[in-house]
Design a binder for this molecule. Structure first.
Ligand SMILES: [Zn+2]
Ligand SMILES: [Zn+2]
Length: 231
């Protein structure tokens, strides 16, 4: 089985991330993963860039951590891919499978409401996943669900409470949405549990990953570091 972290944030691009790409790469190498998807907060979320920059300049900054991770990953022997995490007032979506150029070519996504933007991305070939849909936090006014605008639901998020993950699983099952797992790692090795997707074949591109998940060929995995269990 080939394992991939699917939900990962790095400093300095994500404001909330506590570690840079070096520490992440060392950690996932140690965990035996074949690769990682760096999914920093996109331009509509917790990105650490100057608001006065142009869309293109913001994207350049956005991809700077990814470029650095690619270089370090090559040296370390860990595959590095990217996804993006879109945000709407604390409701988040993970997007995989679109080329970097696609984001440069489509600045109009910043003006779209999520119920337009997500299907637009799906039509362009993206895999769309709602991240931690039942997350509750002081800064989230209410839970928002988009059952007709996503392919999959993050039903295992290593940083959410069991009850929130259970609700996500009920939601996914009821709507026939694919189950998806990720760590939402902002801290490199300072988690006790890691989650992601595994496949019988190695993944070599974001597009292939998106297709494999959409066709139901992905399986969720969890690594509990404390007791070494793998379920
Ligand atoms: Zn974050
Ligand atoms: Zn996240």
């Amino acid at each position: 089985m080939y394992r991939y972290e699917t939900h990962l944030h790095s400093a300095p691009v994500s404001i909330c991330a506590k570690t840079g790409v070096e520490a992440h790469i060392a950690n996932y190498k140690k965990l035996g993963c074949d690769g990682i998807f760096l999914t920093n907060h996109f331009l509509d979320g917790n990105i650490a860039c100057d608001g006065s920059l142009s869309y293109r300049e913001k994207l350049d900054f956005y991809f700077s951590d990814f470029d650095k991770a690619c270089e370090l990953g090559k040296e370390a022997g860990l595959k590095v891919f990217f996804g993006v995490e879109l945000s709407l007032l604390g409701t988040d979506f993970l997007i995989y499978g679109l080329e970097r150029q696609w984001y440069y070519d489509n600045p109009q996504i910043m003006e779209m409401k999520k119920s337009e933007e997500l299907p637009f991305m799906m039509n362009a070939g993206a895999l769309v996943v709602q991240a931690h849909p039942f997350r509750e936090a002081g800064y989230i006014d209410h839970i928002r669900l988009f059952p007709r605008c996503v392919h999959a639901v993050e039903v295992i998020n290593s940083c959410r409470k069991e009850q929130e993950n259970e609700m996500a699983r009920l939601y996914a099952d009821h709507y026939g949405l694919l189950p998806f797992a990720g760590s939402d790692n902002h801290w490199a090795d300072r988690l006790t549990s890691f989650a992601g997707m595994e496949f019988e074949e190695p993944v070599d591109s974001e597009k292939q990953f998106a297709e494999l998940v959409k066709s139901g060929k992905g399986r969720m995995f969890v690594i509990n570091v404390a007791d070494g269990d793998v379920i």
